[in-house]
Write a protein that binds this ligand. Structure first.
Ligand SMILES: Nc1nc2c(ncn2[C@@H]2O[C@@H]3COP(=O)(O)O[C@H]4[C@@H](O)[C@H](n5cnc6c(=O)[nH]c(N)nc65)O[C@@H]4COP(=O)(O)O[C@H]3[C@H]2O)c(=O)[nH]1
Length: 896
């Protein structure tokens, strides 16, 4: 498997590229500079070499020219001497040329390069000749040469190019001088024939070194003389073929240089060519360029070698530098890779590397931290040492099969730490292959997910379990219900749903405190859990309400109901066991509503509703009762819902009525009334409070309705206050605990009293014992504040509750009202008689008035009177009635 290349950080890669580019650029520039200097140096040296050659050529050409001029000057001297002679002695005539002939001979001997001297008279007739005597008498008047002297007065002398001799075809140069008479008249010319050999000799005297050449040519490029002599010497007059030179001549240049191949010996030369002043002769001095530049070439070669060497050294240096740079970067890269690998290895994940056989080779610090095993503990051992024992062999086989098939595996595994603790581990295993595809190692990462699991567990617990009891909460219970319903439908098996409510839990909670209440709930949860099977689901739905789902009870509904009932009874028994709570020992009872889960068409909500209704019914039946859901319950519920809606409308439609029931003294005189609420229903007629008061309390409609009652009663009191027949009547009004607990209750009452201007001391508020079960001090405080206004208090239904008598003594009560349930049994039930008796005694001891409620018969009144109760209320004296009826009744009879 190819190793992944860890890319360099972008800035480092950029720096590397910049350094590399910089080095190459520097090298290129340096090389260019070096080459430029080198080329310049070479060129300069070449230029100097050429300049030296040119200078040398020019110097030699000058010398040669001077010499050539000297030759012609000397010969001209000779010609001048002859001219003077002729001027003195006159032109010889035919036959007397002897003396002149001798003079000519002398001159030609004196100037040895003069091959011949001749004299031509003004008519162009040769008068004398040193050598070519046979020429004497010859007429040359037609020759251009002669004519140029005769026709051009100013011409005094002339040198001609090479002319071939008519006798022997040899070439000669001719130098002529004008002869004049004393009067300046043209008298002919004297001509010297000069042999080119003179120049050969002269050039030889000048000498040349290897490669040099010097030549004299005439204006028609005929060779006059040349040094060095060629192996196969060319004759004078040999026509040189050099178009370049001819070009230059045609251009009329005085002197010039040409580099060209010599047409004589085919050597490449640099030629200096210049005319010899006043002569039709061209001096050509050449130097073999190749030869002369040999040392320059040598130097150039050495220099080139040096430059190449420097360039190579530079290139080597640059290459070395680049290599170093590359190595450095690779090193950095490798280093980075190593660092990354090392860092990656030391991560928050535990890491473990094994060989192909699973023997541990290396672990990191996190591994040690997670497992407690150091590297020394594990190296060489097999990974199975971490096995927790929670997974079977098949589990591990499956993992390794997966790794072999796909190269990796990840998942949750329970492993064991060195200290024996088992922990959940999120494990990944990757197989490592070499480039040939052979498995070489396994790399595993592990992370201890105990905390995550615990958190998940906690979240799960919080989401699905009741934090107080640890039982399933409503949500989980609903899920289980859903599942159970599906299961029941699939297998046609019935189940049962039980709703359990602890009777009077609220009072326990209120009297013993919330902590004790919590303990009680936890205890009951545990007790019930133990009484049920593991497959049953016990949940706390909230408050003191528990639910049990029992599945798979049977296929017959009746049988299931029987089983459910027995389970419910078992639970009731369990719950009734006394429970030690702090210092108290408490025993509670529970009411249970049961519904049988059997109807495939019913939903979870349907069953929950049914169980709820059954429970409602059970509670209505009294403590510790069981009730099965039946369809009539449902009807009741529906009517309850309807009633609730109607109650809301009643408030809006002003359907409330206040009835009054007389309260009398032992003489039968009405001393007051109790205001009792009635509902004037548009269809049902007059409805008793027993039907709707509990509903008003659960819907909190009790507050506005209670306000209305208070207001109505007070208004009535205020009216009666002005009526002598009723002015002494007091009005007792029932105040629900809910109503009393309103924060602004006192203010409300005060406002009503203020508004209605009712006499406060005639208003009697009837409160029940349940008011003092919670927030006692607040209730007492409110009573005291109202008491200050003169409002009086009567404790209603006395004897039915759990009132702490000690506490009652501290309340600002005025009256105890004996509940009608005791009063009506007072004759027949000794127990009831005892309760009434003790109540009367209690009232007397607390200096409270006492009134008996529900007195229907005379014997009851007699008994009460005998036992010290002198105030009564009951049908015996009048049923609750409308105001006008009451007033009519009171107006008609002075006593009842
Ligand atoms: N069998 C029998 N019953 C007798 C006799 N004498 C009186 N009663 C009934 O006993 C109840 C006395 O009222 P309570 O104990 O305060 O019990 C009241 C009271 O707790 C509540 N209630 C009535 N009006 C109001 C109200 O305005 N506010 C509040 N919060 N509760 C009210 O409704 C309860 C029932 O009221 P009612 O149906 O009017 O029933 C009244 C009354 O009609 C008798 O000789 N024999």
């Amino acid at each position: 498997m190819p190793q992944p290349v860890i890319p360099l950080p972008a800035d480092l890669a950029k720096k590397y590229r910049q350094q590399r580019h910089g080095a190459l650029t520097l090298y290129g520039v340096a090389l260019l500079l070096l080459l430029s200097i080198f080329a310049w140096l070479l060129y300069e040296q070449y230029r100097q070499e050429i300049h030296v050659i040119q200078s040398r050529n020019a110097a030699r050409a000058d010398v040669a020219a001077e010499w050539a001029k000297g030759v012609f000057a000397q010969s001209d001297q000779a010609l001048m001497g002859i001219a003077e002679l002729i001027a003195y002695e006159g032109m010889p005539t035919r036959g007397d040329a002897q003396p002149l002939q001798r003079a000519l001979l002398n001159r030609s001997r004196y100037v040895d390069w003069i091959d011949d001297i001749g004299i031509i008279d003004a008519d162009g007739i040769v008068r004398a000749s040193v050598i070519s005597t046979e020429q004497v008498g010859r007429d040359l008047s037609g020759s251009t040469f002669f004519k140029s002297f005769r026709d051009q007065q100013t011409r005094t002398n002339l040198v001609t190019p090479l002319y071939s001799s008519s006798q022997d075809d040899r070439y000669f140069l001719y130098q002529a001088r004008r002869l004049t008479l004393d009067n300046g008249e043209f008298n002919g010319i004297v001509v010297a024939r000069i042999s080119p050999r003179v120049f050969d000799r002269a050039l030889q005297r000048l000498g040349v070194t290897e490669g040099e050449s010097i030549a004299l040519v005439d204006s028609e490029l005929k060779l006059i003389a040349r040094l060095p002599a060629l192996e196969d010497p060319l004759p004078s007059g040999w026509q040189i073929d050099s178009p370049e030179t001819l070009d230059m001549i045609e251009q009329g240049a005085e002197e010039w240089m040409l580099q060209m191949t010599s047409p004589l010996d085919s050597r490449e030369r640099l030629f200096q060519m210049q005319w010899i002043e006043g002569l039709p002769l061209l001096l050509v001095v050449g130097e073999d360029v190749q030869l002369q530049l040999a040392s320059w070439r040598q130097r150039a070669g050495i220099l080139t070698g040096v430059v190449v060497l420097i360039a190579l050294l530079g290139a080597w240096g640059v290459r070395h530098y680049l290599n170093r740079l590359r190595v450095e970067h690779r090193l950095y890269q490798s280093d980075a890779e190593l660092r990354i690998s090392a860092t990656a290895f030391q991560t928050h994940l535990g890491m473990l590397i094994t060989d192909a056989k699973g023997h541990i080779m290396k672990v990191n610090d996190t591994f040690t931290r997670i497992t407690g095993y150091s590297e020394d503990d594990v190296v060489g051992k097999r990974t199975r040492m971490l096995n927790s024992g929670r997974h079977d062999a098949a589990f591990y086989r499956k993992i390794w099969r997966r790794v072999q098939a796909t190269g990796s595996w990840e998942g949750e595994v329970w492993n064991r730490r060195k200290n024996g603790d088992v922990f959940p581990d999120w494990l990944t295993i990757s197989a490592v292959y070499d480039p040939q595809g052979t498995l070489t190692h396994y790399v595993a990462t592990m992370s201890d997910i105990s905390e995550r699991k615990a958190a998940e567990q906690e979240i799960h617990q919080l989401a699905f379990y009741d934090p107080l009891t640890g039982l399933a909460n409503r949500r989980l219970f609903m899920d289980r219900m859903e599942a159970a319903l599906k299961e029941a439908n699939r297998h046609s098996r019935c189940g049962a749903l039980l709703f359990i409510d602890i009777d009077n839990f609220k009072q326990v909670n209120d009297t013993l405190g919330h902590f004790a209440g919590d303990q009680l709930l936890q205890h009951l949860g545990r007790q019930m859990g133990q009484a049920l099977r593991e497959t049953d689901t016990l949940a706390r739905l909230g408050g003191d309400e528990f639910a049990v789902l029992i599945e798979g009870l049977g296929q017959r509904r009746e049988h299931t109901a029987e089983l459910a009932e027995s389970i419910a009874q078992k639970l009731q028994d369990v719950m009734q066991q006394p429970i030690a709570l702090e210092e108290d020992s408490v025993s509670v009872t529970a009411s249970i509503g049961i519904t049988v889960v059997s109807d495939p068409s019913s939903t979870v909500d349907d069953y929950l509703q049914q169980a709820d209704m059954a429970l409602f019914q059970a509670k209505r039946n009294g403590r510790s009762s069981l009730s099965f859901f039946d369809p009539t319950m449902q009807a009741e519920l529906l009517s309850r819902v309807r009633l609730e809606n109607e109650l809301r409308e009643a408030q809006a439609n002003d359907e409330w009525r206040l009835y009054y029931q007389p309260q009398v003294d032992q003489a039968g005189r009405c001393i007051g009334v109790e205001g009792l609420l009635r509902w004037q229903h548009p269809e049902r007629g007059l409805v008793s409070p027993g039907v709707f008061i509990p509903l008003l309390e659960t819907t909190e409609l009790i507050n506005p309705v209670g306000d209305w009652v208070l207001e109505t009663a007070c208004r009535q009191l205020a009216q009666w206050a002005h009526h002598p027949a009723f002015a002494e009547l007091s009005v007792a009004v029932n105040v629900s605990p809910l109503q009393f607990r309103q924060v602004d209750f006192v203010a409300k009452v005060e406002a009503i009293l203020q508004r209605t201007q009712a006499p406060c001391h005639k208003l009697k508020l009837e409160v029940t014992e349940s008011l003092f079960l919670e927030e006692r001090d607040d209730a007492r405080d409110k009573m005291l504040r109202l008491k200050q206004k003169g409002v009086r208090f009567s404790l209603d239904d006395f004897g039915t509750g759990y009132s702490s008598l000690a506490y009652l003594a501290h309340l600002p009560l005025d009256q105890l009202k004996i509940d009608q349930s005791f009063v009506q049994q007072v004759i027949h039930s000794k127990a009831n008689a005892a309760i009434v008796e003790s109540t009367i005694a209690l009232a007397q001891s607390l200096s409270l008035e006492v009134i008996a409620e529900g007195v229907e018969r005379d014997d009851q009144q007699a008994w009460l009177l005998t036992h010290g109760c002198r105030t009564y209320q009951g049908y015996r004296y009048g049923r609750p009635m409308p105001l006008d009826a009451l007033e009519a009744m009171l107006s008609a009879e002075s006593t009842i």
